[in-house]
Design a protein around this ligand. Structure first.
Ligand SMILES: Nc1nc2c(ncn2[C@@H]2O[C@H](COP(=O)(O)OP(=O)(O)OP(=O)(O)O)[C@@H](O)[C@H]2O)c(=O)[nH]1
Ligand SMILES: [Mg+2]
Length: 466
């Protein structure tokens, strides 16, 4: 069921009005460990750990000694911060204990908070409360998790942009325009004597413009995947071509075993590295050849599935040996894929007739030597041109995740349906339905309308304590 945000707020306030707690820092030994408490009883519960004379001043942090509310025994020496509702992350009273980063102390204090009546927070529950209490829209809430998980400069830039409201402003702007049109359509239907029917040509122009912006959003789909999940490059080739050597060069360290024995790599090995602010995932695989060895065969089978998931196939070819049937078999396997040939061992005499495996120069070719390092920078420059340059032109505001993309697709279907009807429909009432649907699904992106199941899906991706 789709709820408007106000309905959702009431509903959630009824269900979630209790006080929650969680350890907000990773469990392990660290300099500082933070426990968060949020809800109406946060302050009263926190005060049970402190001396009776302790006063909480809003938005201040102070040095305190904590002792058990039950046994009175000393627990720790740390700091307590108080954020008074509504000027806090969740919009409720929030207490943060900054204690020594010991798992034992953090667990002990949390257990005692639970004994006092606090509930352990579910994953993402602090941010969910922030959303429900109007502190964040849904695009911002989703960007919080991207901020935490980002592992590249570009991923960070997108998450920060959305956290600053880039996506929200664009989607909310479109939603407002559609609401204006809907208001006009409904007004002219209800009061035909007072309000003129909408100007269909003008409206179609406006809707087409919106549709073009949303189409642009959809066209950026791959870019979003590249930025958030990284670019998956699968390194394939026949045994001994130098796949593992190339991966080690790209990783800048000896991750995979290199040897002159064909069939050295059996399973695949993955390394992550950042180029131009983008995360690349290079996957070294077993050499592809006919084999009776069951383990090697399993490795080769895995290569086929990895090839299907790849953003780029890097085909390593040994330039110092003549083309073999194994190479032409690989050519058949890669026929429809997007890739690059790395002609390796360029430090040796050339014996490979590249035209036999690269008909019509379909794949770009980089000449490299993993032994001397020649051509590796040129190969990185190729990756830059092929991927990173495209990302430079990306509109960060319109970078959507999979959930948001699916809403965009539905909104576009409704906009196109309105434009079709506008050309032929005798009455305006048929536009109202599609307009309402488009507004509803834009609201699912911004969080102005939402579905409990969608919220569960979004916030379950969070860690506990956020
Ligand atoms: N001369 C020369 N030898 C190279 C070069 N790159 C790799 N080799 C050698 O080629 C052999 C095979 O290298 P690997 O990187 O293990 O090849 P691979 O494709 O991973 O082989 P498998 O794991 O068996 O499929 C090793 O002896 C490497 O030292 C190069 O650029 N020049
Ligand atoms: Mg190998």
């Amino acid at each position: 069921m789709l709820l408007s945000k106000n309905e959702g707020q009431n509903r959630n306030l009824m269900n979630l009005g209790d006080t929650i707690t969680a350890i907000a820092t990773p469990l392990g030994v660290g300099g500082v460990g933070v426990i968060r408490v949020s809800g109406p009883d946060a302050r009263a519960m926190a005060s049970r750990f402190l001396s009776p004379s302790t006063r909480f001043k809003p938005n201040t942090i102070r040095h305190v000694r904590l002792s058990s509310p039950f046994s009175g025994e000393p627990l720790d020496d740390g700091c307590v911060a108080f954020f008074k509702a509504p000027r806090s992350y969740t919009g409720e009273d929030v207490i943060e204990f900054h204690l020594h980063g010991s798992v034992h102390i953090l667990k002990r204090v949390t257990q005692e908070l639970v004994r006092l009546g606090c509930r352990m927070a579910a994953p993402g529950e602090f941010t969910r409360r922030a959303f429900v209490n109007g502190k964040l829209d849904l695009t911002k809430a989703e960007s919080v998790i991207d901020m935490i998980h980002t592992s590249s400069d570009r991923g960070h830039a997108v998450a920060l942009n959305h956290l600053n409201g880039g996506l929200y402003r664009r989607m909310a702007g479109i939603r407002t325009q559609l609401m204006e049109i809907l208001e006009h359509v409904e007004g002219s239907l209800d009061f035909p004597d007072e309000i003129e029917p909408i100007n269909r040509d003008d409206t179609m122009r406006r809707l087409s413009e919106i549709d073009r912006m949303l189409e642009h959003t959809q066209n950026q789909k791959d870019f979003g995947k590249w930025i958030t999940s990284g670019i998956k490059c699968v390194i394939v080739g026949r045994p001994n071509a130098g796949k593992s050597s190339l991966m080690n060069r790209l990783a800048g360290e000896d991750r995979a075993i290199v040897s002159s024995i064909p069939g050295t790599t059996r399973d695949f090995i993955t390394v992550h590295t950042e180029l131009g602010g983008v995360r690349f995932e290079f996957i070294d695989t077993a050499g592809i050849r006919e084999t009776d060895d069951p383990v090697e065969l399993l490795g080769v089978k895995r290569v086929r599935s990895l090839i299907r998931q790849a953003d780029l196939v890097v085909w390593v070819v040994d330039h110092s040996t003549a083309v073999r049937s194994e190479d032409t078999d690989i050519l058949k396997l890669l026929r429809l894929r997007n890739g690059v040939i790395c002609l390796n061992k360029s430090d040796k005499k050339q014996r490979c007739d590249i035209t036999a495996i690269n008909p019509h120069d379909r794949w770009p070719v980089c000449r490299i030597s993993c032994r001397s390092g020649d051509g590796i920078d040129a190969f990185k420059a190729f990756l830059h041109d092929r991927f990173i340059r495209q990302l430079d032109a990306v509109d960060l505001d319109l970078m959507c995740n999979i959930r948001q993309q699916s809403c965009v697709g539905i909104v576009r279907d409704h906009l196109q349906s309105i434009c079709r009807d506008m050309r032929v429909a005798p009455n305006d009432d048929c536009f109202a339905f599609d307009l309402r649907q488009a507004i509803l699904h834009l609201g699912e992106i911004t969080g102005d309308t939402f579905n409990e199941a969608v919220l569960d899906g979004i916030f379950s991706r969070f860690c506990v304590g956020k």
